[in-house]
Design a protein around this ligand. Sequence first.
Ligand SMILES: [Zn+2]
Length: 240
Amino acid sequence: MKDFPKPKYPLVWEKDDFFIKIFCSIPNLATGILLRAANTRFVIDPGDGILRDLNKELKVKDILEIESVFISHGHHDHVGGLWSFLTYLSVMNKQTPLNIYFPKGAVEITSIYRAFHEVYSKELPYEIRLIEVEGKEEYNLNGVKVIPFRVNHREEISGTDKTVEVPSLGFKFFYNDKSICYGGDTAYCDSLEEMAKDSDLAVIEAGAEDGEESELHMTMEQAYSIGSSAKEYFLVHVPE
Ligand SMILES: [Zn+2]
């Protein structure tokens, strides 16, 4: 068996003005990612701590100019920082709209938005646009092409040995002739295998507990077999 070192955060990759920084991706704790192409910045999975990490990385002005957030799924370790991020943008007087792309049916996102709207709508200086994604779309945002795709993630039903499907997406970002594929949380699946292949960078989860194959996450070996089909890869979301 190959020896896989634990990821040391932050993980950074940059080529030709295309940049990604994974501040953190630890199961049950937080994932937080910043992606930049030239002057366009996206947040991917605003887990707890995203506001602190963005503030360490960027000037306030640059944070206020972030135009889009991409959410892979609604689990708390991927969205735990969304409320504070939205509030911060309001307090700091963001003027431009914020797009939130999230998987169709992810009730966590619509619930956070609804509650946030109820509390702050009267004083909110910027527009929040919720964009439900099915996984068949393609977006072109300031020269960045984004292709979301469905992945296969599940969660346990408390008190049973059953699991239920969680609406979940991966995203592939293209800028100039480079591409970055982020798989989100997923068991081994064809869509991720296909999208990761030949990417310049693949960010692949290896979240299976105890290295056991599961319906929820991939083992290190599975993640490695997908990751290594890309030119470079990071294995993330590894249990501590
Ligand atoms: Zn998850």
